[in-house]
Write a protein that binds this ligand. Structure first.
Ligand code: MTE
Ligand code: MO
Length: 350
């Protein structure tokens, strides 16, 4: 997989782990544009990068559907059968935004006669294998039918006008809008309709939101909430923490804001005094609102202070949800969804 990384990813990517490959762009490049170029989109893998030939590829749909069926890529790309869908979507683990082209999974389920009996969840099988406690298994998670029914689950083959890069799931992946990135299965080869959320370890043992009594010596692995919709979050991408910033009474700041579940950032606020007074980012300094994508923003943040200051950023979404002000208040075992207000310390020279 290292050759794939070198071929497909930007030379400035931060390689966090060589195997399974995990990488992300440096802060200064995260919000360089509203759309993240493919070579800079972050990568999260649990195993290797499968090589799948387009002409040998097929997608199996089975389980609690009326007519189980196997589709070729040509079947799925046939516009007479499945209308094309294009959507700008932010994926969050690290964060990145791309335009995806594909079809709505709902239409594919309908082409199989719909769900039967107790069919209530769709399980997605990735062709990669990962290892857990001496077991070798496929990457496997599920989403509820209600999410699919809302046309918020897409089968995508194109990313920013190009075929999906190998590292992002070629030839076909799932894009679950507004959910944690972990549900957007890459290298998809099978969809199974089932009656409960997937019992596979990635769904039932990972990405759980635990209460604060769960810790290193008390891992009640089944007591967590399965994370699906993401909460509201935002972060400052420039300046960087510990940086010396020379300015004339206003510090230029840039960053992103995002909310899951189809909610969107309505207001972004910054503080130059640790979170006591707040300035709202002007509406025209925020990128356009979209249902499933982030908004990038910039602001000249007034500041007369010389010396160390703490800059804080928080977002309010269209349901008026906001972020906890302190990271410790959001602590949980696994450090998932720690979407507290982002704080950086800079040295202000005025
Ligand atoms: N799909 C497969 N088959 N294997 C994986 O390891 N990782 C998931 C998801 N889909 C994963 C996967 C996680 S945790 C995230 S955050 C997203 O893919 C990341 O997608 P990206 O690598 O295209 O940015
Ligand atoms: Mo993830």
């Amino acid at each position: 997989s290292w050759e794939v990384v070198q071929k497909e990813k930007h030379k400035d990517m931060l390689h966090l782990l060589q195997f399974p490959y995990n990488g992300e762009p440096p802060k200064r490049l995260v919000t360089a544009a509203e759309i993240t170029p493919n070579p800079l989109h972050f990568v999260r893998n649990h195993g290797g990068i499968p090589h799948i030939a387009k002409d040998k590829y097929s997608l199996q749909l089975d389980g609690l559907v009326k007519f189980p069926h196997t589709f070729t890529l040509d079947d799925l790309m046939d516009e007479a059968r499945f209308p094309r869908m294009e959507k700008m979507v932010t994926l969050q683990c690290a964060i990145g935004t791309a335009n995806y082209v594909g079809i709505s999974l709902k239409k594919v389920i309908k082409a199989c006669g719909g769900l039967v009996d107790d069919g209530k969840h769709l399980e997605f099988y990735g062709a990669d294998t990962y290892f857990k406690k001496n077991n070798v298994m496929n990457y496997l998670v599920s989403v509820p039918w209600s999410k699919v029914k809302a046309n918020e689950v897409m089968l995508a083959w194109e990313m920013n006008g190009e075929p999906l890069p190998k590292i992002h799931g070629y030839p076909l992946r799932v894009i679950v809008m507004g959910y944690i990135g972990a549900r957007s299965v890459k290298w998809l080869y099978r969809i199974k309709a089932i009656d409960t959320p997937s019992l596979a370890p990635v769904q039932s043992q990972e990405y759980l939101y635990f209460n604060q009594q769960v810790g290193k010596h008390n891992q009640l692995m089944t007591s967590g909430i399965q994370i699906q919709e993401m909460p509201v979050s935002s972060a400052i991408m420039s300046p960087w923490t510990k940086q010396i910033v020379i300015h004339n009474g206003a510090i230029h700041c840039k960053g992103w804001a995002y909310s899951g579940g189809g909610r969107w950032p309505e207001r972004v606020e910054l503080s130059a005094d640790g979170g006591f007074s707040w300035y709202a980012v002007a509406q025209d300094a925020l990128s356009h609102k979209k249902k499933f994508a982030w908004r990038t923003w910039e602001i000249d943040l007034p500041c007369d202070v010389e010396g160390w200051i703490e800059i804080v950023c928080r977002c309010w979404d269209n349901s008026l949800n906001t972020q906890p002000l302190n990271v410790r208040a959001a602590w949980n075992w696994g450090l998932h969804v720690t979407s507290s207000a982002h704080r950086i310390s800079i040295y202000s020279v005025n």
